[in-house]
Design a protein around this ligand. Sequence first.
Ligand SMILES: C[S@@+](CC[C@H](N)C(=O)[O-])C[C@H]1O[C@@H](n2cnc3c(N)ncnc32)[C@H](O)[C@@H]1O
Length: 112
Amino acid sequence: MHLHDDQPPHHDQPRHHARSWWEARYAERDGVWSGRVNAVLASVAPGLPTGRALDLGCGEGGDVVWLAEQGWDVVGVDLSLTALTRASRAAVSAGVEHRTAFVAADLAAWDT
Ligand SMILES: C[S@@+](CC[C@H](N)C(=O)[O-])C[C@H]1O[C@@H](n2cnc3c(N)ncnc32)[C@H](O)[C@@H]1O
């Protein structure tokens, strides 16, 4: 059962709406995403020299973990603490936590 609108919030909606929408989505079940790397990333990244990567809206960390496994140092940013907790656990499970860092932030208001 969906407890929220099916569509992600639009950028002109209040900021707290985005966080609560995504938290509700993640609360629906353990493991919203596949945990596997995005197919486009998997096809493009092997042609690049490894270095540092920033995953904006990293979710449960499927791409972060995969990149770290390929030798990248990766920072994942997301506004959902639930997603970041899962991403961090996935990095530990994969043994790549030393190559990963996670930041809780709303990119609509992020100020480095
Ligand atoms: C399509 S999901 C990413 C899934 C991820 N690739 C994975 O495999 O787990 C989009 C992500 O963007 C995050 N997000 C949406 N709006 C955001 C914002 N304004 N700031 C930070 N993260 C945001 C959501 O919480 C969600 O985790």
